[in-house]
Design a protein around this ligand. Sequence first.
Ligand code: NDP
Ligand code: OXD
Length: 306
Amino acid sequence: MRILFCASHTKAAPWLDALRAALPGADVQEWQPGAPAAEHAVVWSPPQQFFDEQPGLKVIFNMGAGVDALLSLELPRDALVVRLDDAGMSVQMAEFVCHAVIRHFRELDQYARDVAVGRWSYRRPRARADYPVGIMGLGVLGERVARAVAQFEFPVRGWSRSPKAIPGVQCYAGAEELDEFLAATRILVCLLPLTPDTADILNRRTLSQLIPGAYVVNVARGGHLVDEDLLALLDEGHIAGATLDVFREEPLPRDHAFWRHEAITVTPHTSARTLREETVAQIVDKIHALGRGEAIAGVVDRQRGY
Ligand code: NDP
Ligand code: OXD
């Protein structure tokens, strides 16, 4: 079995070592232009040239959960595209989102500002019932996040394409229930895949429907958010603040207004990182399962876009 590894912004050596150790019989190589043909690929943001040169690939393992960048390339028509299915990401996402929600709800930034100037002051406790949290996307990550937020006894809503039943979460589904979901949400968390249906979904029309004094947490993709609409709604006071981990252009350009806005917290696309050990273990298990002719989780529906 020949496996090509092609991941930009990633040191190849530790990945090659881990894959070779877990698949002793396989020929695992870092891709170089002109490399001999392979059946399996492990990739993150590969160049189009990689696929142009490897039309015989049968399985493409994406080293992340989101496949929007991968699907924007021309891939071998019949290759199976497999995304990361948790692999240690959901617990990271749950802790990141719970932190953002709690930091906003408990006004911890305001306390930090007070403490910085030596002020010992109390704020009136807020009622949890006034801060319903709505999760857009109830997949591998969204469901874990919804369950984690519910542990803190916030009212939790969730929205997905197909109907769901999750204990402690009021679930809405489909475009026809989006408005109802938004109107019942004050802290909005985006965990949707970026597809033609979800691009620009966080815009003036949708964000205006949130309960006034809303807070936005975008941990999915920058292409979900219309930046100017968020800034305008912050200026108008409808939105109180945002935690943004993902951006249309990454790294976020130095002159972007998000850097300087005091109600916006920027993090550098780090809410749930790809973990090497878990990722290699998952890919290797799937290679073995496919070899046995078994079905695997995480196969991307290329038509649907996720
Ligand atoms: P999943 O595919 O497991 O879940 C996607 C969810 O979104 C599903 O519930 C799906 O509905 C829902 N959905 C998709 N399209 C629509 C639509 N048109 N309307 C309503 N709901 C829709 O993905 P993951 O949970 O694994 O990951 C989600 C995203 O998180 C990734 O695509 C990636 O962009 C982002 N991500 C960000 C990271 C970061 O560090 N910032 C790290 C990892 C991922 P249904 O269940 O009905 O199919
Ligand atoms: C992913 C990401 O999609 O890290 O896995 O953004």
